[in-house]
Design a protein. Structure first.
Length: 323
C-alpha cells in the first residue's frame, strides 16, 4: 500500500462534505451531509494510506491512489456543473495516526474521533498550532472584522513555499482558491505569517510577532477568555484604553452594555475596569465584550467638544487624531 501524507487546506475543505457525515444503517459507505470545515483544520496529524475508495454521486466507485487523484475527485465534485451530492468514503480504510501506527478507520465515528484527537494535539501541544478553537477560517474573519484593531498591512498566509497577502477575508479566500486550482497536488493547510502589524483603537501601532502575542491581543479585545479585563500580558482592555488616552477626553458619565444585556454607567476608566472585573467574576465562562452606548461627548486636543453618534464616527476621530 502507498503511504502518502495529506494536509487538506482551508479552501479545499469547502468541498469536503464527505469528511464528517451521517452513516447509513445498511451500508459501510458513509452517506454525506453538507458539513463544511471552514475553520482551517486539515487532517493534521493523520496520513492517508492509499488506495482509498470513494463513491461518486453517480454511484461509481473510484479508487484514489495519490494526492493528485484525490484532488481531481474533489474538484470534479465541486465544479461549476456539479450537483449537490458529494463523494463518499467507503469504509474501512487505513491511516497513520499521530503515534506512527497504522490504524483502520471502520466508520464515520472513529474517523471523527481521530480528527478530534488531532485538534487536541494542535491546540495543547504544538507551539505554532491554532489559537484555542479559533481555527484559521474563523480567525481570519475575526482579524479582518472587529472594532478593536485593524490590520495595518493586510494579512499574509503561507501555503507550503507560497506566501499569499490580502487586505480582506474575501480577497484571501479568492487568492487561495486561485492558487489551489493552479497546482496538481494537495497543498499544506495555510498558516499565518508573522509579524502581523495592527493599529489599535487608540491609534497606536503594535507588531504581533507570534501566536502567543496574537492570543494575548485577542484576550485584551475580549474575543477569547483571558485573565479578566487585562488579558494575559497585562495590557488594559480596549475600552479602558479608549477612556484614557492622549488624543481626546471622554465626557462622563458614559454607559456600556455587557453580554447579558445589562447596562453599566461609569464615571472613569477605573470604574469601567471594576465593572469588567465584577462581570468576569460572576460570569467566568462568558467572553467579555462590553459595547459602548452612543451618543457620547468628547473633548478633543484643541479643546473643542464633539458629539459622537456611532462607532464609525468614533473610528474616524481616532484615525484623524493619529494622522
Amino acid at each position: 500500500m502507498l503511504r502518502k501524507s495529506v494536509f487538506l487546506n482551508l479552501s479545499l475543505l469547502f468541498v469536503l462534505g464527505f469528511f464528517v457525515s451521517s452513516c447509513s444503517k445498511d451500508s459501510d459507505v458513509a452517506t454525506t451531509e453538507n458539513f463544511v470545515f471552514d475553520d482551517g483544520r486539515g487532517l493534521g496529524c493523520l496520513e492517508f494510506v492509499y488506495p482509498i475508495s470513494l463513491t461518486l454521486p453517480d454511484g461509481t466507485i473510484l479508487e484514489v491512489n495519490s494526492d493528485a487523484e484525490m484532488k481531481k475527485a474533489l474538484k470534479g465534485a465541486s465544479g461549476p456543473h456539479a450537483n449537490h451530492a458529494k463523494p463518499e468514503f467507503v469504509y474501512p480504510f487505513d491511516v497513520i495516526n499521530m503515534d506512527g501506527d497504522q490504524v483502520t478507520v471502520e466508520d464515520l465515528e472513529s474517523f471523527k474521533t481521530l480528527l478530534e484527537d488531532c485538534d487536541k494535539v494542535k491546540d495543547n501541544d504544538h507551539p505554532d498550532g491554532p489559537i484555542g478553537k479559533a481555527h484559521l477560517g474563523r480567525l481570519v474573519g475575526l482579524l479582518f472584522g472587529n472594532d478593536c484593531f485593524t490590520l495595518t498591512d493586510g494579512l499574509s498566509v503561507s501555503v507550503g513555499d507560497k506566501v499569499i497577502t490580502a487586505t480582506s477575508a474575501e480577497e484571501l479566500k479568492t487568492l487561495l482558491d486561485e492558487y489551489i486550482q493552479s497546482v496538481d497536488v494537495l497543498v499544506p493547510r495555510p498558516e499565518l505569517v508573522f509579524p502581523i502589524n495592527v493599529t489599535l483603537a487608540d491609534g497606536s501601532e503594535v507588531s504581533i510577532e507570534n501566536q502567543d502575542e496574537l492570543k494575548s491581543l485577542l484576550d485584551d479585545c475580549g474575543f477569547s477568555k483571558g485573565d479578566g479585563p487585562k488579558g494575559h500580558n497585562g495590557h488594559p482592555h480596549k475600552f479602558i484604553r479608549l477612556l484614557d488616552n492622549d488624543c481626546f477626553s471622554v465626557v462622563f458619565p458614559v454607559s456600556f452594555v455587557f453580554p447579558d444585556d445589562s447596562t453599566v454607567e461609569v464615571n472613569s476608566a477605573d470604574e469601567l475596569q471594576a465593572a469588567i472585573e465584577a462581570f468576569v467574576a460572576a460570569n467566568p465562562d462568558v467572553h467579555v465584550k462590553p459595547m459602548l452606548v452612543f451618543p457620547v461627548d468628547l473633548i478633543l486636543a484643541d479643546g473643542s467638544e464633539v458629539t459622537v453618534n456611532s462607532k464609525e464616527e468614533l473610528e474616524v476621530i481616532i484615525k484623524n487624531c493619529h494622522d
